[in-house]
Design a protein around this ligand. Structure first.
Ligand code: ADE
Ligand code: ZN
Length: 351
């Protein structure tokens, strides 16, 4: 494509990538052996016969929950701080070089790790070491880690997790004298996992408590498999400032107007939507509608190791189908910077 070199060099932000979603089958088998964590036997699930058969299985997910089954098996092999550091380092260093990624906001799911006896501190420390290592190598990248509450577990589990996050001081700067935007260990919260029959309102008190504790950056997965009403509910009941996926918004004209008026950033994951059969084809992801309506969106990879590619391949796939102009790409890039949680100083550098 003639715009390919431009699309590679375009400075990028990514707001919707799950750290555990960057665990490749190769690393899954390697960590399973290293940490002595058995995977399901090939007799129970033939997908675990080899790296190749696992990739094959990943290419035919039938729904979000079908994917989440494999995704949470992947979690079990992540044990040591160095495992999380390796994941984070691979993502940050590869994407900064291959896709000119300049700012990343990366999700993780603490509840599932806590249930296995892995502390939040282990994950956050591994992440911080990786980021420092990449920055020491001279890469100009900023990045934040965002814990997500999980909808497939009872909301009481989210309550316990929020208590641990707050009592552990993760939303305070390591040095209180340094309080400024983006100086905290964790910069915000999200909500993810199973969506159908899990209305956002169930998590309203979690988001209220978080806000009272000074957490202002909030987002939620909404309108992926779920209806447009769940997006409205995320805005009204959770008061989130961002929406993850949000593709169902296109079914509700009033909601589209509201998203545009309130300048809510929608973190769209077009390739993920096709892989999880939210949409049959990339063409059906409502990027053109969003663009015409002035609904701000960024493009994201979601779970790149499971969905066949990282951020650059998402940009290329979108360009192949939507054929955006250089001016339109500039709007997408600018909206991504403006919707980031990195603070005004960093935004000026990224603009
Ligand atoms: N967790 C990881 N990827 C997800 C997705 N696409 N939707 C909901 N929860 C997720
Ligand atoms: Zn996601």
């Amino acid at each position: 494509h003639p715009l390919h070199p431009f699309l590679v060099s375009l400075p990028k932000t990514e707001h919707h990538m799950h750290l555990e979603g960057s665990l490749s089958p190769e690393l899954l088998f390697r960590l399973s052996a290293k940490n002595n964590i058995p995977l399901p036997s090939p007799e129970t699930d033939p997908a675990f016969s080899s790296v190749e058969s696992l990739y094959e299985r990943y290419s035919s997910f039938t729904s979000l929950d079908d994917f989440l089954h494999y995704y949470y098996i992947g979690f079990t092999v992540l044990v040591h701080e160095s495992d999380f550091e390796e994941l984070a380092y691979a993502y940050l260093s590869t994407q900064s070089r291959e896709a000119n990624l300049r700012h990343a906001e990366v999700f993780f799911d603490p509840q599932v790790h806590i249930a296995r006896g892995i502390s939040i501190e282990t994950i956050v420390s591994g992440w911080e070491s990786a980021l420092q290592k990449v920055q020491k190598e001279g890469v100009d990248i900023s990045a934040q880690l965002i814990p997500c509450f999980l909808r497939h577990l009872d909301v009481k589990d989210s309550e316990r997790c929020l208590s641990l996050l707050l009592s552990g001081g993760f939303f305070k700067p390591p040095n209180p004298a340094e309080e400024k935007p983006s100086s905290r260990r964790l910069e915000g919260i999200g909500l993810c996992s199973t969506e159908l029959d899990k209305p956002p309102s169930t998590w309203a008190h979690i988001f209220t408590t978080a806000k009272q504790a000074g957490i202002t950056n909030t987002t939620a997965h909404a309108g992926e498999e779920g209806p447009a009403e769940y997006i409205t509910a995320a805005l009204d009941d959770l008061h989130v400032t961002r929406i993850d996926h949000g593709v169902s918004a296109a079914d509700d004209e009033n909601l589209m107007d509201r998203l545009a008026k309130e300048q809510v950033l929608v973190t769209v994951c077009p390739v993920s939507n096709v892989r999880l059969r939210v949409k049959q084809k990339l063409e059906q992801v409502p990027l053109r509608r969003f663009m015409e309506k002035g609904v701000r969106f960024s493009l994201n990879s979601d779970d790149p190791a499971y969905f066949g590619g990282y951020l650059q391949s998402v940009y290329c796939a979108v360009q192949e189908v939507f054929g955006f102009t250089v001016a339109q790409w500039a709007v997408i890039a600018r909206n991504g910077v403006e919707g980031s949680w990195c603070g005004e100083e960093r935004k000026r550098v990224l603009m």
